[in-house]
Design a protein around this ligand. Structure first.
Ligand code: F6P
Length: 336
């Protein structure tokens, strides 16, 4: 059995740990061969493929990013605009040329859709979900999320002391694409006073009132955590928009911080390392059992798998009845 493995979409902590999980299980336990496909689906179209051996796996557990490289190339879209060789036919040629029996696709929502299409065309595919955004439908948690939350939480902790020293409102923007998972979890873990998510409508006047009320209670500073995906006006970035509105509404000195790609970089947390390792191992087990067209998933404490056809194309968003939101509201956190 020869596995081809690729990583697509935005990088995140834990990808290398899952590559290691797949390769070590495949090579040591099942006696399979693994070929690395470089730079996501672009590597399949352009035939960027090299064998992976035990020696290529050194140091991967703790390493951030992806040693295979990544891209956001979508093979089923690229064919439309470009030369005939940039089509799924080119992709099949690479698979056949290297004698790959199956593909392990490590990625987020876009990869999930592509993997489902590949499965439809009869290619043996197993997908492993990864993203800091935690918005992949069909798994409770994707690795990368815990690391991003821990980085964002540390940043919020650090903003507290400068906010209180200067009696300012500090607005911090965290990633998450269209989902508010990172804002919700880092905001609660970091003791944010106001947490704004794309999923929950907010009223800017209400936010101003909350900040003024805090002053009346002897709290002359506030921490506002905003998800990058909240609606804004005039194409403004989330933090800029909210900071300007708060300053206008309250007259308080307000500063903004956009955390950006720091959330995606560096070494994974212990939780992400073990989740990524377990998911990599499970993906290899699926291959050994001939179970394809599936995505590895964490459900409760268990690593299981779900059919790609059932989960592709859906987005996992925060719902208003999320227990962390309910608990936050009870404790006086403003969600809009
Ligand atoms: O999906 C991960 C993510 O970091 C999002 O949180 C963010 O919106 C996006 O990727 C950034 O994309 P790019 O790497 O293309 O700038």
């Amino acid at each position: 059995m020869r596995i081809g493995i690729l990583t697509a979409g935005g990088d995140c902590p834990g990808i290398n740990a899952t590559i290691r999980g797949v390769c070590k299980t495949a090579i040591n336990y099942y006696g399979m061969e693994v070929y690395g496909i470089h730079n996501g689906f672009r590597g399949l179209l352009d035939d960027e493929v090299t064998p992976l051996t035990e020696t290529s796996l050194g140091g991967l557990l703790t390493m951030g990013g992806t040693v295979l490289g990544t891209s956001r190339v979508k093979p089923f879209r690229r064919g439309k605009a470009s030369a005939p060789e940039n089509t799924p036919a080119a992709l099949m040629r690479t698979i056949q040329k290297h004698g790959l029996d199956c593909l392990v696709c490590i990625g987020g929502n876009g990869t999930q859709k592509t993997a489902a299409k590949l499965a439809e065309t009869g290619i043996n595919v197993v997908m492993i979900p990864k993203t800091i955004d935690n918005d992949v439908w069909g798994t409770d948690i994707s690795f990368g999320f815990d690391s991003a939350v821990s980085i964002a939480t540390e940043a919020i902790d650090r903003l507290h002391s400068t906010a209180s020293s200067h009696q300012r409102v500090m607005v911090i923007e965290v990633m998450g694409h269209k989902a508010g998972w990172i804002a919700l979890h880092s905001g609660m873990a970091g003791g944010g006073d106001i947490i704004l998510l794309p999923e929950l409508p907010f009223n800017i006047h209400n936010i101003g009132d909350v900040i003024i009320e805090r002053l009346k209670k002897g709290k002359p500073y506030s921490i506002v955590v905003v998800a990058e995906g909240i609606p804004t006006l005039n194409g403004k970035k989330a933090a800029q928009y909210i900071a300007e509105e708060i300053e206008y509404e309250t007259g308080f000195e307000t500063r903004e911080t956009v955390l950006g790609y720091i959330q995606r970089g560096g070494s994974p947390t212990a939780f992400d390392r073990t989740l990524a390792t377990r998911m990599g191992g499970h993906a290899t087990e699926l291959i050994a059992q001939g179970k394809f067209g599936r995505m590895v998933s964490l459900q409760g404490d268990d690593i299981v798998s779900v059919p790609l056809a059932d989960v592709a194309g859906k987005l996992k968003l925060v719902t208003p009845d999320n227990d962390l939101i309910v608990q936050g509201r009870r404790m006086g956190v403003c969600f809009g």
